[in-house]
Design a protein around this ligand. Structure first.
Ligand code: ADP
Ligand code: MG
Length: 692
């Protein structure tokens, strides 16, 4: 007998450990692994169960527009029956001294039926609506009480949860976590007082269990001081993590690029224009970085056409003049080729050797390029630059154009090619200021906020695709006037071959419809030599109308092109539309962009088209894009691996971002253990890629 008992005890134990593993798994889905995580798992919203509303009052108030969240009623069950029309459901009548109401349950268990038996006293929360048989509550939350069961003193939190983990169970776990020792306060009392913020622990207690009279609106808007204290802490953790990565890189040595600036001066002298003020300022910032004995990590932001290539070229001058090599990496072959042509046009007259490396070079040609790349002053190319077998003897500067197109891994690989080359990352997808300050806090950021003089704003028009004929007449008119046109094919994300088919079809029907024009076609499936030939012909003015897929999205620079037509513009993202549109408006003539769209438009597509129609400034477009999409998608691959902010909102909490930035610097410099503590409680092990 004892043996049998033993087995039973063991089985019970096994069952309970299986249960706790299942619970741990569910918590993990919510990002909860430690006690801190429970404390930092904050309610989505609250329900007010601190008051009971008389049934009669509740019924009256539904006649006005009801406030959200519903009401709480308490009364005795005076009727309870299962009905089968139209389907099986439980209909319950609840009455208090003022009146009675129907509660309707479409799904219910026997134990719920028992709880709702006639004579029981029940408290229920829900929204009242007018049903077929009068006012009712459908599926209210309820519990059985005694007539004198006290009301709770605080608002009831509703937590984000996951399948199989009930609100009540999660609330209990959080209650327990909150009942243990308070978390240490890391910020100074004086600072908190002057910023009018509570301690973190007080803030957490408040947010988990707000008193009945808490300011509901400030709570919902997450602008209550308690919310602000929590968000500040979260932003601090992010800043500390990124600034620490930034500081760690400063410990790594890099060649100091000391030059008199003669090469740069010679380059500037041969240009037919002057540098803009913004270009001069940014060049000075970069030059100072290159002088330093640790690697530059600078992000250069500038709208399309702001002249980033030239800024990079001047940095390259500093590397080459001081006896080192520079590499210039672009995301597509077309763009790399363009840069190669432009940069060799600038550098060859100065006696600097410029080499071109792409993945499509093979055999002997490739071997020769690789040999030359070992010592050339400047190597331009695609990610072929970072492949196995490519060696540089003295690489000191890596320029990465359109950095948002490259993954973190590729950037790290380029860094490993030299000791620790200086890195200049360029992006024409402007990152809104607050986003740059938070997610890019491991970088220095320069902004080219001025376009070269004489640029004419691009006129954007929207047209339903039924108006294609008119658009074609306009294309004909432009070409007759000696200008050139891009025709961008619809984006088909899910299928490369469909995309190709569409490009071929578009080219075919345009050729038929506009027989007098010389029409070219460029798409991703062409061999690189073919692509280059088409682009060269377009640049030389031999092609009037270039049908293209998004391969021309970034960087392409043909000043005589003054009109761009984009088909199915509703399928493109905002950054992409802005990039594409930036291909025109580069010459002296007025330029325009026609966005053809097909109805029906989704609300987001409509919002995007409205934004691109109304705005020409890339930074403003980026800001609106951030509002539309949130930071997760916005930063894309750059920080994949870096946890996103859960509570702070970069738009509404911009002031907190600034405070966090300054505070993080102070903590790192003066109280590194405290900085660690903050980072640890928010990020734990989640911080990964940045250490690389
Ligand atoms: P982006 O910033 O989009 O990469 P580019 O570097 O391609 O822009 O520059 C766009 C065009 O403007 C190029 O033809 C370039 O030669 C020209 N450009 C650059 N700087 C100036 C300037 N200061 N004045 C006039 N034109 C300039
Ligand atoms: Mg560019």
């Amino acid at each position: 007998m004892p043996e049998r008992l033993n087995t039973r005890a063991r089985a019970a134990k096994k069952k309970s450990s299986g249960k706790s593993a299942a619970l741990a798994e569910k918590l993990k889905r919510l990002g909860i692994a430690r006690r801190e995580d429970l404390c930092l798992h904050l309610p989505l919203r609250y329900e007010d169960e601190t008051r009971v509303t008389p049934v009669e009052t509740a019924l009256k108030s539904t006649l006005d527009a009801d406030e959200d969240g519903g009401v709480q009623l308490q009364g005795a069950i005076i009727g309870s029956q299962i009905q089968f029309r139209p389907r099986r459901q439980l209909i319950v009548r609840l009455a208090d001294a003022s009146g009675a109401i129907t509660l309707r349950f479409l799904n219910f268990y026997p134990n719920q039926m028992a709880a709702l038996a006639v004579g029981n006293q029940v408290r229920c929360v829900g929204e009242i609506r007018q049903g077929y048989f009068g006012a009712e509550m459908v599926h209210p939350r309820f519990r059985v009480v005694l007539p004198d069961t006290p009301l709770p003193e605080s608002l009831t939190p509703i937590y984000p949860t996951t399948a199989g983990l009930a609100q009540a169970a999660l609330t209990k776990l959080i209650d327990k976590a909150l009942s243990e020792t308070p978390m240490d306060e890391t910020l100074e009392a004086g600072f908190l007082a002057s910023a009018r913020l509570p301690t973190l622990w007080d803030a957490l207690l408040f947010l988990h269990r707000p008193p009945a009279d808490a300011n509901a609106r400030a709570l919902a808007a997450r602008q209550h001081p308690a919310w602000r204290r929590v968000k500040l802490d979260e932003l601090l953790a992010q800043q500390i993590s990124l600034r620490r990565a930034y500081r760690a890189r400063r410990e790594i040595g890099a060649p100091r690029l000391v030059a008199k600036g003669e090469l740069a001066a010679a380059l500037v002298r041969q240009l037919p224009f002057e540098l803009t003020r913004a270009q001069r300022r940014v060049c000075a910032e970069i030059s100072a970085d290159l002088h330093a004995p640790y690697p530059m990590q600078r992000l250069l932001q500038g709208d399309v056409g702001a002249g980033k290539t030239l800024v990079a070229a001047l940095a390259i001058c500093q590397a080459v003049e001081s006896g080192w090599q520079a590499a210039f990496m672009a995301p597509t072959e077309i763009l790399a080729e363009q840069h190669y042509l432009k940069l060799s046009g600038w550098f060859k007259p100065l006696g600097v050797e410029v080499i071109w490396l792409t993945g499509s070079q093979k055999g002997r040609a490739r071997a020769a390029q690789l040999a030359a790349a070992r010592t050339a002053g400047l190597i331009v190319g695609t990610h072929a630059l970072i492949q196995e077998g490519v060696d540089y003897e003295r690489l000191a500067l890596a320029v990465i154009d359109e950095q948002h197109r490259f993954g973190v891994q590729q950037r790290l690989a380029l860094r490993q090619k030299g000791e620790a080359p200086h890195q200049l990352m360029m992006s024409a997808t402007p990152i809104p200021r607050t986003l740059a300050m938070s997610y890019c806090a491991d970088l220095d950021v320069s902004v080219l906020d001025e376009l070269p003089p004489g640029r004419k704003p691009i006129r954007t028009r929207l047209a339903r695709e039924e108006r294609r004929e008119e658009v074609m007449a306009y294309v004909r008119k432009k070409v007759t006037a000696g200008e050139q046109v891009y025709w961008v094919c619809p984006l088909i994300e899910e299928s490369d071959s469909l995309q190709l088919k569409t490009a071929l079809e578009t080219h075919a029907w345009l050729t038929e419809a506009l027989p007098e024009l010389c029409i070219g076609l460029v798409h991703g499936r062409l061999k690189s030599a073919e692509k280059q030939m088409v682009m060269a012909e377009f640049a030389a003015g031999k092609i009037d109308l270039l049908v293209a897929t998004t391969v021309i999205e970034v960087g392409v620079d043909v000043p005589n092109a003054s009109l761009m037509v984009i088909e199915h513009a509703e399928r493109f993202g905002l950054a992409q539309l802005h990039q594409l549109r930036g291909r025109v408006g580069r010459g002296a003539q007025a330029s325009s962009c026609v966005l053809l769209y097909a109805e029906p438009l989704s609300p987001t597509a409509r919002a995007r088209l409205k934004i691109i129609f109304e705005n020409n400034d890339g930074f403003e477009i980026a800001r609106l894009d951030l509002q539309l999409r949130g930071p997760g998608e916005f930063i894309g691959s750059r920080q994949s691996g870096l946890p996103l902010l859960r509570y702070a909102d970069l738009e509404t909490d911009a002031d907190l971002v600034e405070t966090a930035r300054a505070l993080a610097e102070t903590l790192l410099a003066r109280f590194p253990e405290k900085a660690d503590q903050i980072r640890e409680r928010w990020l734990g092990e989640k911080e990964s890629l940045l250490k690389a």
